[in-house]
Design a binder for this molecule. Structure first.
Ligand SMILES: [Zn+2]
Length: 382
């Protein structure tokens, strides 16, 4: 990228300058960039990048002490600092993107997005994308109640929330939207009411539905930019229904769950990653143990719901919301696209458990299925 003379670069607060003598150090997130500075020009230049001066003015103000430094030197240094992620465009404000209340409510999000921003970006636009996006959330149980509350905290603007169940006393070790006095009442209305109190600006469309088919899923994901599925019954079938519907509509799916001491999650992007059926076929072809486990699960629904531990629920929620944010804003690519990521409670070891490719002959996402413009394409174009 070329740097315009009129750009007003501002060194980020997340990139503090320190060090002394002939070496400049610029801080980051757990790492430090070292720059040799025998003349002191680099330190002087960084000092001038406070967002009040254009690049042209920075050069003018640097000239008395460093007459040999040309405008091209300054522009080149600004470009390098920008590539390293140290600079914001001080003129990139919230105007036309966010209202004043939104800027204040999501200030800390916006500053987080600022840590990713380059000179060509506007950190406020990332929050605008969250506000304008539409998410369908399947399930308001352990993960779902945390996910809904976190989406409201993040400033996700539009949510279709799907649930049919009632509150049980044993839900309350983790399902934080419900109270002891709610036992026996329907979760959906309670969850929506409490989340609206927390963030009255969120638009929630509550759908009281027990999902029993692909058609049911299709009916609640129309117009969604992303689907988060944390509905877990019936275990095997619901994964297929949600997969088929998301592929048919071209909507990215973020999903995860708990296996007692392990949390897992993955992201499926229609047309880009393999789908759930691609994954299953690859497991069946290559991995005898996993195949037997899957067959067994199908037969007997093993790995039941009798253990669910809040720390793993909240950590998994963080991963799901992180994937959602990556998909919607594009600040970074999704971590779990076509990969089953796992977190083991035993030692908090984290990493990839399985990965799979898109299969050309997949009956769900292969080339023979109907081709339609997809929400995944729209997100990338956004
Ligand atoms: Zn597939």
């Amino acid at each position: 990228m070329t740097v315009s003379a009129r750009t007003r670069p501002q060194l980020k607060h997340t990139a503090p300058v320190f060090g002394s003598g002939e070496q400049v150090l610029i801080g980051g997130f757990g790492d430090v960039t070292e720059i040799a500075d025998p003349t002191g020009a680099v330190r002087a230049l960084l000092h001038l990048l406070d967002g009040t001066r254009t690049v042209e003015r920075v050069h003018t103000d640097l000239a008395p002490a460093f007459p040999d430094v040309t405008f091209d030197d300054v522009a080149g240094a600004v470009r390098q600092f920008d590539e390293a992620g140290f600079l914001l465009d001080a003129d990139a404000g919230p105007g036309g993107l966010l209202a004043e209340h939104e800027v204040r409510r999501w200030e800390r999000n916006i500053n987080f997005f600022g840590s990713y921003a380059r000179l060509a970006d506007n950190k406020y636009d990332q929050q605008r994308k969250l506000r304008d996006c539409r998410v369908t959330l399947l399930g308001l149980g352990g993960l779902g109640s945390h996910v809904l509350l976190d989406m409201a905290a993040m400033g996700i603007g539009h949510v279709t929330a799907v649930e049919f169940d009632r509150v049980e006393l044993s839900n309350l070790n983790r399902q934080i939207l419900y109270r002891e006095g709610d036992v026996g009442r329907e979760k959906l209305g309670l969850a929506v009411e409490r989340v609206r109190q927390f963030n009255p600006h969120i638009d929630i469309d509550p759908v009281n539905l027990r999902i029993t088919s692909t058609e049911d899923v299709l009916g609640v994901i129309e117009g969604a930019d992303v689907v988060i599925s944390v509905a877990d019954r019936p275990k095997m079938e619901i994964a297929n229904w949600v997969n088929e519907a998301c592929v048919a509509r071209g909507v990215p799916l973020v999903t995860g769950g708990l296996e007692t001491q392990r949390a897992v999650y993955f992201t499926m992007i229609p047309g880009t990653t393999g789908c759930v059926e691609c994954w299953r076929r690859q497991v069946f072809a290559t991995d005898d143990v996993s195949r037997e486990l899957l067959e067994e699960k199908r037969e007997r629904q093993i790995g039941g719901d009798n253990a669910a531990f809040c720390p793993l629920v909240t950590m998994t929620t963080g991963f799901l919301i992180g994937e959602l944010t990556r998909l919607v804003t594009g600040i970074a690519p999704p971590v779990a696209a076509g990969r089953l990521m796992e977190l083991r409670f035993a030692d908090y070891a984290m990493g990839e458990s399985e990965t799979w490719k898109r299969l050309d002959d997949c009956p769900v996402c292969g080339p023979d299925r109907d081709k339609k413009p997809s929400a995944a394409d729209a997100l990338t174009a956004n």
